[in-house]
Ligand binder design. Structure first.
Ligand SMILES: NC(=O)c1ccc[n+]([C@@H]2O[C@H](COP(=O)([O-])OP(=O)(O)OC[C@H]3O[C@@H](n4cnc5c(N)ncnc54)[C@H](OP(=O)(O)O)[C@@H]3O)[C@@H](O)[C@H]2O)c1
Length: 283
């Protein structure tokens, strides 16, 4: 068993206020678009902390990893796949080799046969999808998962072992933060794991819709996110999150800000958002 980091792992989630803790519907988000939240998600998951001093990295840059379930991967629209500037880790019970082959096929579809940019490299417990242009670099520079943006694996422990124990001194893209970005089943894996649970922090965007009916929901965040509802979480000081993630949180805890949204039928609607952060309490 590899030695594990004790660094926090943030579970990033957008939940509906009503019904409480809703996160998904019919394999996608319950809404079509909330730009403000998408921008926040991207800012949080791409900001690296601690920053690497200028000139230290000659060929790469520090990166975060985002771990997601296969259904969440499937829900990401094709133009956004893989999520840019992040190591995308996809977890599935399907063998990692088969899953990598499936993703390789998805990403190469529509490309000229001679120009299939994605190629899979299989390791013992994970597979890595690699873009061909990285091949021009020296071997030791490409011998790093972070140089390749997608990794498939059959368990979160295989993913974490691989990410956290890469050979030192050979990283062109040092790993910074690890995020779990859902969905429900993968949040549950982190929250139910005795070793990982104490490392889990939650960054929640709460979404309150205030015209028309509630967003439709069939998938939920697994635990209640409120100190009065749940003995599983304690609210985190904003400064702790800001300094750990190197990102500004958009507003004070109790304040809601308005945002434009589009529902699943494409109609515009009005929502308010607020960001809260939580430490998961060991139980
Ligand atoms: N609001 C938000 O912030 C947010 C964030 C993320 C997702 N979502 C929504 O949540 C929904 C998806 O959530 P979900 O819970 O249905 O799916 P999910 O967690 O994204 O993925 C589930 C899949 O993960 C794999 N898996 C589950 N347990 C596993 C284990 N122990 N070991 C290895 N692999 C395992 C399985 O893949 P295989 O079937 O391939 O084996 C399973 O089908 C969608 O509606 C999505 O849009 C919302």
């Amino acid at each position: 068993m590899a030695v594990r980091s004790t660094k926090p792992i943030y579970l990033v989630v957008a939940t509906t206020l009503s019904p409480s803790s809703g996160i998904g519907y019919n394999g996608s988000l319950p809404w079509k678009r909330i730009k403000k939240d998408m921008d926040f998600f991207k800012a949080v998951t791409t900001a690296t902390s601690p920053p690497v001093p200028d000139g230290v990295l000659q060929h790469g840059k520090a990166l975060n990893a985002v771990i997601m379930g296969k259904k969440t991967w499937d829900s990401v629209p094709r133009p956004y796949k893989p999520l840019s500037d992040r190591i995308n880790v996809v977890v599935s019970r399907t063998g990692h080799r088969d899953l990598a082959r499936e993703i390789e096929e998805q990403l190469n579809t529509g490309q000229k046969e001679s120009d299939r940019p994605w190629k899979t490299v299989n390791d013992d417990k994970v597979s890595i999808l690699k873009v061909k242009h990285a091949e021009g670099l020296d071997d030791h520079l490409t011998d790093d998962v972070a140089a390749h943006p997608i990794m498939t694996c059959q368990s979160i422990s295989a993913a974490l072992d691989y990410l956290e124990n890469r050979r030192k001194g050979r990283e062109i893209n040092p790993l910074r933060n690890v995020f779990c970005i859902g969905g429900q089943q993968i949040y549950e894996l982190f929250l139910n794991d005795n070793q990982l649970r104490p490392r889990c922090k939650i960054l929640q965007t709460e979404i309150r819709k205030f015209d028309g009916p509630d967003f439709p929901i069939d998938t939920y965040f697994p635990i209640g996110l409120s100190e009065t509802q749940s003995s599983h979480v304690q609210e985190l000081p904003r400064e702790e999150v800001t300094s750990e993630l190197n990102v500004d949180l958009p507003q004070g805890d109790a304040e809601w800000t308005r945002a434009a949204a589009t529902d699943l039928e494409g109609k515009t609607c009005r929502v308010e958002l607020r960001v809260r952060s939580w430490q998961v309490v060991a139980s």
